[in-house]
Design a protein. Structure first.
Length: 119
């Protein structure tokens, strides 16, 4: 079964950090770009960051300068390091995979992990 599983979410105080993981099973991420999205209650889903199969990265506005995306081929996992968290970062974070490059043509999605930032 081909799937992505997110983990690492939780409750954190303002200014704190979390590391989210996106692990693939049933397929290798070597040939996939992986993007992180988030959706806050009552809001539309928004892109956060993406890493290509070659390791090129990009970041959307909300996480620029605070979030870092990385990948570990040996663990078949992509990470999203969240630093200097703010209450407005509270959301369910999803990862999604697409072939090779970050083009917005996602093929596989995880079910999400909840991040709650308390003030």
């Amino acid at each position: 079964q081909l799937q992505l599983v997110e983990s690492g979410g939780g409750l954190v105080q303002v200014g704190g950090s979390l590391t989210l993981s996106c692990t693939a099973s049933g397929f290798t991420l070597d040939y996939y770009a992986v993007a992180w999205f988030r959706q806050a209650p009552g809001k539309e889903r928004e892109g956060v960051s993406c890493i290509s199969s070659e390791g090129n990265t990009n970041y959307a506005g909300p996480g620029k300068g605070r979030f870092t995306i990385s990948r570990d081929a040996a663990k078949n996992t992509v990470y999203l390091q969240l630093n200097s968290l703010k209450p407005e970062d509270t959301a369910t974070y999803f990862c999604a995979a697409e072939v090779l490059y970050c083009r917005g043509d996602t093929k596989y999605w995880g079910k999400g992990t909840l991040v709650t930032v308390s003030s």
